[in-house]
Write a protein that binds this ligand. Structure first.
Ligand code: ATP
Ligand code: MG
Length: 572
């Protein structure tokens, strides 16, 4: 690809609308442009990256024995009514009407459509198991599209669906898909983790997410090096502390904490660590009442776990400050578990505390030296909190590490939720009709591009993992107008490299060397070759590796061979 022919506009300045590095760099390097909220146009360099990701995904899905299909992006409402999801999917679903006033939606996913396909095409257990996949545009009317293509409204997903006679067969394909995903993300050159996940509204039992590790990730994941435990923090159980609680040492006291509402304000005012305080949240119960949840000051309530406590409203709903004030007469910010008329559920770590600090249920006051059993009743204990780094692993192999991740893939065992509601059956060995057992497997193709940049960049720009770079090599020719022999020699090398199978981004623009160097760093091709007048006189050119900054002088005649020995193999 010749930069002299590509209308490429790059920016030095960080675009104001972009909050995270990948979004900034994708705009600055001319990979994508925003059309409207959550809608993006992919420019030539960006599209090359996307195509390389798609290719690796297709190769691995084909290798796993899945069959590629292409289903419509516009889906009839009737199918969604069959599963009941027309009403429950909510505002993420973009609904449209045709000229006959019939209802459709723009595909956010394709369980209904593929189950319809399966009930028409599959008759017998002999045709099973089978996996269909597609690489297709999806639309989700996200409440907050943000971070560029990371959370867009229109994006490209690889979605796959498997059909089985029984659970054992599903488990086998699910394991194959997990392995396939490991191969895909390894081949893409990304650092990632597979973790157990919540199935969410899609239903079903087992599910795992694949996360690219990056500090900007919206998810938090926990794993233990010493055992196989790995889960989204949403799900990871926090083990109760072992051993018995120490005896109270301090006596109960009232302390003035004027204006100190948050745990950090209270802790710094009193000069104590947050872990000696508790915070109390009032939430709604499923019969419309109220319940207090108590966690240690340095811990966070986990909404999924809390909502799973019997009697608590699902999804978790915080009681409004007005309701807490009017029904309980309590000032938000100074609530504590003592003397409340409502049910109190405390996290195991909060139950283990002695001599702790909590709100006094009176404005600008806290209590110190508080002890369960002595100053207030023993609470109901439950696992209510997010795990933190250093917590013991539920696998027993050591302690947990918690880090941020970007969800790039998700695999589910769906069971027969969709096949039952849509009556998608096959005949089994005895000739009886059986609803098929299903699995589904998604990969965020466009999101992978942003995730790769989040994980691989420096102050100068993107550092592409080789397998997804828009080109293998970038060749810069300095002052091409000045010395025609330099240009001619660079042209010959450009041809030679392409013939040897490398894709080359050839910067033959009539631009200043400083501009070319800056753009090369910004665009982030792994290998850079620079052709200048001085080098040509000595029959040499300069090589630089984008990731390590390593520089070499190469003989003109051995460039192709030298590059070959530095490249990563295409296959793992
Ligand atoms: P998230 O939790 O990030 O909203 P999800 O769990 O709703 O995603 P899935 O239904 O599991 O998403 O979709 C499969 C994959 O599609 C996700 O793992 C993710 O990589 C990608 N994806 C989902 N929503 C978006 C989006 N708005 N923009 C880009 N990619 C997305
Ligand atoms: Mg998901």
């Amino acid at each position: 690809m010749r930069l002299s022919q590509l209308p490429l506009t790059t920016f030095k300045e960080v675009p104001a609308e972009a909050e995270i590095v990948s979004h900034q760099l994708m705009l600055r390097a001319g990979l994508v442009r925003r059309l409207a909220s959550g809608l993006f146009t992919w420019l030539p360099l960006g599209l090359r990256v996307l195509r390389r990701v798609e290719r690796i995904v297709r190769e691995e899905m084909d290798r796993a024995g899945a069959f590629e299909v292409s289903m419509p992006v516009v889906q009839p409402a009737e199918l969604w009514r069959e599963t009941g999801r027309w009403d429950v999917y909510g505002d993420l679903l973009l609904r449209i009407r045709d000229r006959h006033d019939r209802s459709f939606c723009f595909a956010p996913t394709a369980e209904e459509v593929v189950t319809d396909l399966a009930r028409r095409e599959l008759r017998s257990y002999r045709q099973l198991p089978v996996t269909f996949y597609q690489v297709q545009t999806k639309f989700r009317d996200e409440i907050r599209p943000r971070f560029g293509i990371m959370r867009a409204r229109e994006f490209v997903m690889k979605d796959a669906y498997s059909f089985h006679l029984d659970q054992a067969s599903l488990a086998e394909t699910y394991a194959t898909m997990a392995m396939t995903y490991h191969r895909i993300f390894t081949r893409l050159g990304l650092r990632f983790r597979a973790v157990d996940a919540d199935g969410g509204e899609i239903g079903g039992s087992r599910s795992q997410e694949f996360h690219v590790l990056a500090d900007s990730g919206e998810d938090r994941i926990a794993w233990c090096e010493g055992d196989d435990f790995a889960a989204n923090v949403e799900l990871a159980p926090a083990l109760p502390p072992t051993g018995t609680r120490a005896a109270p040492a301090a006596s109960l006291a009232r302390v003035a904490t004027p204006g100190a509402r948050s745990i950090s304000e209270v802790a710094s005012l009193l000069g104590v660590p947050a872990s000696t305080c508790v915070k109390t949240l009032v939430v709604e119960t499923d019969d419309g009442g109220l319940c207090a949840l108590v966690v240690r000051g340095d811990h966070e309530v986990n909404p999924l776990k809390a909502a799973r406590v019997p009697g608590i409203a699902q999804p978790l709903k915080l009681a409004s400050a007005e309701r807490v004030a009017s029904e309980l007469g309590l000032p938000v910010g100074f609530i504590g578990p003592g003397g409340l008329d409502i049910r109190v559920v405390a996290d195991h770590a909060a139950v283990a505390l002695v001599d702790f600090i909590c709100g006094a249920n009176e404005s600008d006051m806290h209590l110190s030296g508080v002890n369960w059993g002595r100053d207030l009743p023993e609470p109901e204990a439950a696992d209510l909190r997010d795990v933190v780094s250093g917590d013991p692993s539920p696998g027993g192999g050591g302690s947990l590490t918690v880090a941020r991740g970007i969800e790039v893939g998700h695999i589910f065992q769906l069971g027969n939720k969709y096949s039952r509601s849509m009556n998608a059956c096959v005949l089994d060995q005895e000739g009886r009709e059986q609803p098929m057992v299903m699995g589904c497997y998604g990969i965020g193709i466009t999101r992978i591009v942003a995730a790769a940049i989040e994980q691989n960049h420096d102050d100068a720009g993107i550092i592409w993992p080789e397998p997804m770079s828009p080109a293998d090599v970038t060749l810069l020719v300095l002052n091409p107008k000045k010395v025609p022999e330099v240009t001619a020699a660079a042209e010959r090398l450009y041809e030679e490299l392409q013939q040897a199978g490398w894709s080359v981004l050839f910067d033959d623009r009539d631009a200043r060397p400083g501009v070319k160097f800056a753009d090369a760093d910004l665009i982030g091709i792994p290998h850079r070759l620079v052709f200048g007048e001085r080098g040509l006189r000595n029959g040499k050119l300069e090589y630089r590796h984008r990731a390590t900054g390593e520089e070499l002088e190469l003989e003109l005649g051995e460039v192709v061979a030298a590059l070959g020995s530095r490249m990563l193999p295409a296959e793992v």
